[in-house]
Design a protein around this ligand. Structure first.
Ligand SMILES: [Zn+2]
Ligand SMILES: [Zn+2]
Length: 278
């Protein structure tokens, strides 16, 4: 079984997310290391870092990953936005390093105002530059699959393979496989579980998967529209998730819920996933 987890809130303190996930019996956790909707963010203090480490140690959480800020677009053709994005991304890498997180997940980016090849080049130049600046980054960098709408890069497995090929430190790079995004992008995981993962293996390599976002999809197959929904209640359906949580190839991989939390639904979704596990 994968390491089931949630996206925890850092409101109040970073370690609150650990407490929230631990209470729900999670083995994995995703956090934002800072406010994801602001450019100017505070880095954790020495005290924050110690408190976080001790809360983690006391918990049953095995792996913690970070989700990069939503504002960052490393593919951007607007010089000012690209520069701001690169600086924010490197600051995120440094926070992930000091908190000793297992991975940093980022959306590759959108090539608005430019072209696909240029967008990919902007992303990989940004990542190569960041690895040169943030020496000895101890964690994995995971490029997240996207629903493939408009100019967003990452809706095809080939996008992931191309970016990884162009990154120098590719031993530090993997993929975060978002089950809603992949289905919305046009891979029929509902009807062709085996075939989709065979294709991923052929194009990217299954060993690159460092995390799953386990979301059902509120929108239809190949909709290119990203709407996360509760496990088993969306267009993907429960059967897929049953296969996934029991897939031995992904035994120690974090599987993070990013479904709506209202009404105590994290607990309900986790219960259902545990029930599915053999
Ligand atoms: Zn994401
Ligand atoms: Zn999404």
């Amino acid at each position: 079984m994968g390491l089931l987890g949630i996206h925890g809130s850092i409101s109040g303190s970073l370690s609150n997310a650990i407490v929230e996930a631990d209470k729900l019996g999670c083995e994995a956790l995703q956090i934002f290391t800072a406010n994801q909707r602001m450019w100017a963010v505070k880095d954790p203090s020495g005290e924050d870092i110690t408190e976080f480490a001790s809360a983690w140690k006391k918990s049953s959480i095995k792996k913690i990953v970070s989700h990069n800020s939503y504002l960052v677009n490393l593919a951007s053709f607007k010089p000012e936005l690209l520069e701001k994005s690169r600086a924010a991304f490197m600051a995120e890498m440094r926070r992930v390093a000091v908190l000793k997180l297992d991975a940093l997940i980022l959306h590759p980016g959108s090539f608005t105002g430019g072209d696909y090849e240029g967008g990919v080049r902007n992303i990989t130049d940004s990542i190569n530059g960041a690895f040169a600046q943030v020496k000895d980054f101890p964690s994995m960098l995971l490029l997240e699959t996207t629903a493939g709408s408009g100019s967003s890069i990452g809706g095809k497995f080939e996008d992931m393979a191309l970016m990884i090929k162009k990154i120098k430190h590719r031993e530090k790079v993997g993929v975060c496989f978002d089950t809603a995004h992949v289905f919305e992008a046009g891979y029929d995981t509902k009807n062709d579980y085996k075939k989709v993962f065979e294709e991923f293996d052929r194009v990217v390599g299954l060993e690159r998967i460092g995390c799953f976002h386990i979301n059902d999809s509120k929108t239809e197959f190949a909709s290119k529209a990203d709407r996360h929904w509760h496990i088993g209640q969306g267009h993907i359906g429960g059967e897929f998730f049953k296969k996934l949580v029991n897939d031995r190839r992904f035994k120690n991989i974090p599987m993070i819920l990013e479904t709506p939390k209202e009404g105590g639904m994290d607990m309900e979704n986790l219960k259902l996933l545990h029930k599915m596990a053999r």
